[in-house]
Ligand binder design. Structure first.
Ligand code: 6GU
Length: 227
């Protein structure tokens, strides 16, 4: 899978993609992540990429021309399945979105900054808009890092333990059950007996029960989504 990210603050994206699972996916050739500095496509000697908004109001808006130039260059090289814009005024990222996107071949992610992008960019190019939650970040870069991580870990072969990604919280709209490791007793706190029993059908049943209980307590809204 190839992911092209267009950003006005590309430095913010370096670190998240050079660690852990995303790094491994790149090394194994399972994911190629290419970051494009929007400034490269800026207008005039000052490489301008943003301007004040028509109608007045605080904050700068990313202009359409630099973004258009960058997207057109990419589209001339390959076919893109999705062109995604990261913005707080969109539907929030769900596990199902990450699942679907992990099956794509080529995607572009555009990250906003300041007041966002000229609406015409969204009208002309964007096929999907994603927010990562109901709070405002300075820019879309950290949100893009979150999105890319959620996608890349699902690409077959990226996580060693094949079943691991599928048993995550949210894969079935349930939170994960509690997990334990050695020691079996710590300062009088005991690991639930059933987990030490070796009775795997019973263990599965216990885990399902706990997952349901935990979801009921912390995120009852997820249970409604199953209906
Ligand atoms: Cl995608 N961008 C920004 N700037 N803030 C956010 C967001 C995205 N998702 C949640 N907050």
């Amino acid at each position: 899978m190839r992911i092209d990210i267009i950003s006005a603050a590309p430095d913010l994206l370096e670190s998240p993609f050079n660690h852990s699972i995303v790094k491994r996916a790149k090394e194994k050739g399972l994911a190629k992540i290419v970051i494009h500095d929007l400034r490269t496509f800026g207008l005039g000697n000052y490489k301008q990429i943003d301007d004040t908004q028509f109608g007045g109001g605080a904050g700068m808006v990313l202009m359409i021309e630099p973004i258009s130039k960058c997207i057109e260059v990419l589209k001339a090289e390959r076919v893109y399945d999705e062109i995604i814009y990261m913005t707080p005024d969109a539907k929030t990222l769900k596990q199902s979105t990450a699942n679907t996107l992990s099956l794509q071949k080529n995607i572009i992610i555009l990250t906003g900054h300041y007041k966002g992008v000229d609406q015409r960019v969204r009208d002309k190019y964007i096929t999907k808009e994603i927010s990562i939650g109901d709070y405002v970040l300075t820019g879309g870069e950290l949100a893009a890092a979150v999105l890319v991580d959620s996608i890349v870990r699902l690409i077959p072969g990226v996580i060693g333990d094949e079943t691991s990604a599928l048993t995550d919280s949210f894969q079935d709209n349930l939170l994960s059950p509690p997990v334990y490791t050695r020691p079996s007793t710590y300062e009088g706190m005991k690991v639930p007996e059933v987990l030490l029993s070796g009775n795997f059908p019973k263990i599965d049943e216990w885990r399902s029960e706990k997952a349901y209980e935990r979801t009921q307590q912390i995120r009852p809204d997820l249970l409604d989504e199953n209906m």
